[in-house]
Write a protein that binds this ligand. Structure first.
Ligand code: PRP
Length: 208
């Protein structure tokens, strides 16, 4: 579809996504699967992190290795993006978490911003935008607009499901932003839900 799009082909991602979609999966299990998927997708999305040589002392002497040097910020889009934070923090314990609050107006499907406490100047070198659902792409685009205005230079989008419409819109608006997801679904339906999808990720995560 677009060169920006990276759909995981890992068997564990496919397995966990299938369980996640299932209506028989309860809220507790849903949150656990989202956390595990975030960790696996985060692993794939960070394979080009910058490394610098580093020397450490093993019990047997010196070893030359490598350490990651980039300061990373994760940017969960409230609410549903929150579910992806724990898995990413397990992988990257030192990340900064910057929350952005957006909801989709149910009539227009346009994102409405309601929370943003970013400081004046950027404090990170790589931003991972977290939102399980890339539907029309409006929320992702609006968040990346905010981050670029903030001064963020290197940004990636990490989600679970994407609709082709959302991938197209996001890569048209931000061709420099790679998109990492567990699956590219068929389409959006008439009320802007991803089909076959998994329903409303926020509602299933938080029991609302
Ligand atoms: C859902 C979802 C994404 C957004 C995706 O959020 O979690 O944030 O819609 O749609 P888009 O790509 O068309 O913008 P929702 O507005 O339901 O808010 P919530 O996360 O608080 O449930």
């Amino acid at each position: 579809m677009t060169a920006n799009l990276h759909v995981s082909s890992h068997p564990l991602v496919k397995h966990k996504l299938t369980l996640l979609r299932d209506t028989a999966t309860d809220h507790r299990k849903f949150r656990e699967l989202v956390r595990e998927l975030a960790l696996l997708l985060g692993y794939e999305a960070t394979q080009d992190l910058n490394l610098e040589p580093a020397v450490v002392n093993t019990p047997m002497g010196e070893a030359t290795g490598s350490l990651t040097t980039e300061i990373i910020g994760v940017v969960p889009i409230l609410r549903a993006g929150l579910g992806l934070v724990d898995g990413i923090q397990e992988l990257l314990p030192a990340v900064q978490v910057w929350h952005i609050g957006l909801y989709r107006d149910e009539e227009t499907l346009r994102p409405v911003e309601y929370y943003n406490k970013l400081p004046d100047a950027p404090t990170v070198q790589l931003c991972l935008v977290l939102d399980p659902m890339l539907a029309t792409g409006g929320s992702g685009i609006a968040t990346i607009n905010i981050l670029k205005r903030w001064g963020a230079k290197r940004i990636k989008f990490l989600g679970i499901l994407a609709a082709p419409e959302g991938v197209q819109a996001l890569s048209d608006a931000h061709p420099d932003v790679p998109i990492h997801v567990a699956e590219l679904d068929e389409r959006l339906n008439e009320i802007g839900f991803i089909v076959p999808g998994l329903g409303d990720a926020g509602d299933r995560m938080f029991g609302t």
